[in-house]
Design a protein around this ligand. Structure first.
Ligand SMILES: Cc1cc2nc3c(=O)[nH]c(=O)nc-3n(C[C@H](O)[C@H](O)[C@H](O)COP(=O)(O)OP(=O)(O)OC[C@H]3O[C@@H](n4cnc5c(N)ncnc54)[C@H](O)[C@@H]3O)c2cc1C
Length: 380
């Protein structure tokens, strides 16, 4: 299989790498500390067109191929997950349902703003009682006249407090089983919508996760995406679009951690020589690089299959599982290579170590990825 990028995509990936290394990374210490991304930095990202990579060109986006999006997310991951988070849900799970099944009216109302970053998007599926078991959601949308009234609670929603548009998954029929659900486009100004708690997370800081409360939240019928009751299929698809991007960000973080580790191993001296001359350290570096390369191939493979119209849930889950588990290993090894220095809170490696943890949890835990892979194997 060839992993071929258009010249424009290659240029964009390089531009994003430079932007992340020279503009984002120097600000990550403050972003992590304050759990806040400066507006000026988001404006720079917008200027590079980063908010529009998944939006069709006719609405102002660049509609990159799946592999192109993976490359961009890989570069974003080079500064960890705090800044990347702001673009992650917006260009992945936040915009996917609208792009995939929105009608012309819905697309022309929202996508142009999303393409420039003026309107930020989030995706709300998880609830206090339904995480891995997404079919267990309790948020209910009752239709009365030309409106739906949503009642329920969503939590851990990335960027939920700053989003201008939230794709909310809710049940629309109590009798039709776990997979009966619909997706609604909710604006924060809709009556009955409220942001609840903002959570302090151990890592991935900058783009806080929020609790969202729906109390008789009024949503006009024209803001329902697709057919009523068919939201499960769309939600599965949305997660399929998002997971390779989690893998890609993990990959970018691994790349950066390996670079940092090589630099450190070359300069730190113990027992009269650079620690990189010890075979024990070289073995660690070799394992970090080898696993990262394997993760790269799985991730590009999953994206390329989707570009060729052969999207595979199994390939997507393998990429997400392996890349996120690889990042856990690489972050731990990078910290070990720096010894006590790596454990100091101000050291970027300790930030990456904290950021890394979430990749094995969100958009489906490692265990859920294994279930998807295993079930596909049993089906044959
Ligand atoms: C920083 C962050 C950002 C997030 N952003 C979003 C967002 O934008 N939108 C959104 O909708 N959600 C978001 N989430 C929620 C995230 O997707 C869920 O946390 C995740 O799906 C796991 O659900 P849970 O936390 O309820 O854990 P649970 O589902 O309660 O799982 C607990 C443990 O049990 C294991 N487990 C569960 N079922 C099985 C099984 N059948 N077999 C084996 N093991 C199992 C899990 O793997 C896990 O180890 C975010 C979470 C975090 C932490």
């Amino acid at each position: 299989m060839n992993f071929t990028l258009s010249p424009e995509e290659e240029t964009l990936a390089l531009t994003v790498k430079t932007f992340v290394d020279t503009r984002v990374e120097p600000q990550m210490r403050d972003i992590d500390k304050n759990n806040h991304i400066p507006d000026a930095l988001l404006a720079e990202a917008a200027g590079l067109g980063l908010f529009g990579i998944s939006i069709p060109e006719r609405y102002g986006g660049s509609n990159l191929s799946r592999l192109g999006r993976v490359l961009v997310h890989q570069m974003l991951g080079r500064s960890g997950f705090g800044f990347a988070g702001a673009l992650a849900s917006h260009t992945g799970i936040g915009s996917d349902a609208l792009v995939a099944i929105g009608n012309e009216d819905q697309k022309s109302r929202y996508l142009p703003g999303m393409a420039t970053g003026a309107l930020r998007a989030a995706f709300a599926l998880t609830e206090p009682g339904a995480g891995s078991d997404a079919g267990g959601i309790a948020t209910f949308a009752e239709k009365r006249g030309s409106r739906y009234y949503l009642n329920g609670v969503k939590h851990f929603i990335s960027g939920g407090a700053s989003a201008g548009l939230i794709s909310v998954v809710a049940r629309t029929n109590r009798d039709r089983g776990a997979r009966e659900m619909s997706v609604f486009l909710v604006e924060p100004s809709f009556p009955g919508f409220r942001v609840g708690s903002l959570y302090e997370t151990m890592g991935s800081r900058g783009h806080p996760v929020a609790e969202l409360l729906f109390e008789e939240c009024e949503v006009p019928e024209e803001n329902r995406l697709g057919e009523e009751g068919k939201g499960w299929l769309q939600t599965t698809r949305t997660l399929m679009e998002g997971r390779p991007l989690v893998a890609a960000r993990s990959l970018g973080a691994c790349d950066r951690l390996i670079e940092i580790s090589i630099d450190y191993a070359r300069t730190r001296k113990q027992f009269g020589k650079a620690i990189g001359e010890f075979q024990g350290i070289q073995f660690l570096l070799a394992d970090m690089a080898t696993r990262t390369e394997a993760a790269r191939w799985l991730t590009y493979h999953a994206a390329t299959l989707a570009d060729e119209g052969r999207a595979s849930p199994q390939a997507v889950s393998m990429a997400k599982l392996f890349a996120s588990e690889t990042l856990a290993f690489v972050a731990d090894a990078a910290l070990q290579i720096q010894g006590g220095t790596g454990y100091i809170a101000d050291n970027p490696v300790s930030r990456f170590y904290r950021d890394a943890r979430v990749t094995r949890i969100y958009e489906g835990t490692s265990e859920i990825q294994k279930l998807i892979i295993g079930r596909a194997m049993m089906r044959g």
